[in-house]
Design a protein around this ligand. Structure first.
Ligand code: ADP
Ligand code: MG
Length: 153
């Protein structure tokens, strides 16, 4: 497990940029990120940072009410899910997360606790309020973690 402090919103967005760079460099075509943390911890901000760094220049809305926001651009299909308002497993099935896609498919799930253990992830990011900043814990794919750390130095 790795820990980081993200001092302010811009550092959260920049960290998203690092994740985006790894996605672009990777030969893998499916990625899944589970984003844990309280309301306001910065989960959606991080997704916004990743999307921007991948080249999305439109808005990135929180999927709190829609459950899923989809972005289909360049070679990416991005499914940004927020399970805060749902308990129902059928809701998750309706999102067709396992659909085929010719390019890179990236899934972000906020509140993955709701489907704990039901889906595997490349990286779980746990975001916590820490003074006026945020602290994050990274759990998952060793290769991905090593690359994220190496890029930090
Ligand atoms: P969540 O999706 O976890 O509910 P949001 O990303 O919607 O959280 O909101 C997080 C809030 O915290 C935003 O107002 C954002 O500007 C702010 N924020 C994001 N990252 C940081 C950080 N590293 N330090 C301080 N504030 C941050
Ligand atoms: Mg959110």
């Amino acid at each position: 497990m790795e820990n980081y402090i993200l001092q302010d919103e811009s550092e959260t967005l920049d960290f998203g940029g690092k994740i985006a760079a790894l996605i672009k460099q990777s030969d893998d075509s499916i990625f899944e990120f589970h984003l844990q943390g309280d309301l306001g911890a910065g989960k959606t901000t991080l997704v916004r940072g990743i999307l921007r760094a991948l080249g999305w220049d439109g808005s990135v809305k929180s999927p709190t009410y829609t459950i899923c926001e989809e972005y289909d651009f360049d070679e990416f299909l991005i499914l940004h899910i927020d399970l805060y308002r749902t308990e129902i497993e059928e809701d998750v099935q309706m999102l067709e997360l396992n659909r085929e896609f010719a390019g890179k498919k990236i899934i972000f799930i906020e509140w993955p606790e709701k489907i704990e253990g039901k889906r595997s992830f490349n990286l779980k990011i746990n975001m916590m309020h820490y003074k006026n900043s945020r602290k994050i814990e990274l759990i998952g794919d060793t290769i991905l973690l090593e690359k994220l750390i190496r890029k930090d130095k």
